[in-house]
Design a protein around this ligand. Structure first.
Ligand SMILES: Nc1ncnc2c1ncn2[C@@H]1O[C@H](COP(=O)(O)OP(=O)(O)OP(=O)(O)O)[C@@H](O)[C@H]1O
Ligand SMILES: [Mg+2]
Length: 332
């Protein structure tokens, strides 16, 4: 394993037990994240992005179980690490910006106090030092570092500002890994772009690796170093950003890319991915994408229906899980 590997998720499978059914939320997730890397995890709603993030932090609810796989952080297995060791790591070395900030910010604690507590708790700062440090953090994330902002409660912030507050808390201890789960509700693309720029600045300043979770592949086109595409609980393609955007191999990735609005496509109808993502309690056999895949459909490919394609390394750092990688797609 290269020296620079920070997080290595291998064949991670997670299930939920719901009344009378088993939900296969993750069916084999493989993600290798290097130190200081901006790694985007892209997939549709329900693909397993948040479950992946929660498994890394061991924050899954009791009805969820890890079925197989491994999550190494700096070479240490997180899945079996004693809770007290993990607690020390969480917040200090690995921190997270949650998809629903309102759930994780304390609604009855003023913004300044919340960030200050994280500095006193994790870094052992005095109240005065924590106050100064929090002012610095606020300035860094683009929040006014004034009394008024310190005194506000989370609900008094706009969505974008609340995310900045979460980021201030998340980076207070200069973690080596920051997982950012993009809010899907009511966030405009402009705000998300600003947040990505902010995360890039933080990465540049402190070499914090970022796992940026999003459903919008267009959003990470310029920011990510590396992209992993998740579909129905499995990584189906991953590659360095430039390679993924210029030579996508999986039919799903290629359809996703065709759905990005762009200047050159103005006036043309965007293609998009046909059909809907599978229900997690009813994942199709073989390649989970086959019922939506123009290639599998046009040629009625038996292999696609019957066998789960493994994620195979094709070129250096480019991996794809499709029996017919790169084959020309019939029109949708
Ligand atoms: N507590 C739970 N009980 C049962 N199933 C769950 C639970 N949490 C998540 N799941 C299922 O696991 C699958 C993956 O969910 P996850 O939240 O990771 O999706 P996601 O990619 O983050 O989607 P989104 O973009 O909507 O946030 C989904 O099919 C979801 O229904
Ligand atoms: Mg999610």
């Amino acid at each position: 394993m290269g020296q620079d590997v920070l997080l290595d998720i291998k064949d991670l499978a997670v299930e939920f037990s719901a009344h009378r059914s088993r939900i296969q939320a993750l069916r084999g997730v493989d993600i290798t994240l290097l130190a200081g890397q901006f790694h985007a995890l892209v997939g549709e709603s329900g693909a397993g992005k948040t479950v992946t993030a929660f498994t890394v932090l061991r924050l899954l609810p009791p009805e969820a179980g890890v079925v197989r796989g491994s999550v190494l952080f700096q070479g240490h297995e997180l899945l079996t690490m004693p809770e007290d060791v993990l607690r020390n790591l969480r917040g200090r070395e690995i921190s997270m910006i949650f998809q629903e900030p309102s759930k994780y910010l304390n609604p009855s604690m003023r913004a300044g106090r919340q960030v200050m507590e994280s500095a006193t708790f994790h870094l052992g700062y005095s109240d005065k030092a924590a106050r100064e440090y929090t002012e610095e953090l606020f300035a860094r994330v683009g929040l006014p570092a004034d009394d008024e902002t310190f005194r506000r409660y989370p609900h008094e912030f706009s969505g974008g500002m609340r995310q900045r507050l979460m980021i201030a808390m998340a980076v207070a201890c200069s973690p080596s890994l920051l997982i950012a789960d993009e809010p899907t509700t009511a966030q405009d693309v402009g705000v998300q772009r600003q947040i990505i720029e902010l995360l890039q600045d933080i990465r540049a300043a402190s070499r914090t690796a970022i796992l940026y979770v999003t459903h919008d592949i267009g959003l990470v086109k310029y920011a990510a170093d590396y992209v992993s595409i998740i579909y129905a609980g499995k990584i189906i393609e991953s590659a360095p950003r430039d390679i993924l955007f210029s030579e996508p191999l999986h039919p799903y990735t290629r359809l996703l890319l065709a759905s990005i609005p762009g200047r050159d496509k103005r006036g043309r109808r965007l293609q998009g991915v046909p059909g809907a993502s599978p229900r997690p309690d009813d994942i199709p056999s073989g390649c989970a994408f086959h019922p939506r895949c123009p290639l599998a459909l046009a040629q009625s490919l038996k292999e696609c229906r019957e066998t789960v394609p493994p994620l195979i390394r094709l070129k250096s750092a480019h991996r794809c899980a499709c029996f017919f990688s790169g084959k020309e797609l019939p029109p949708v």
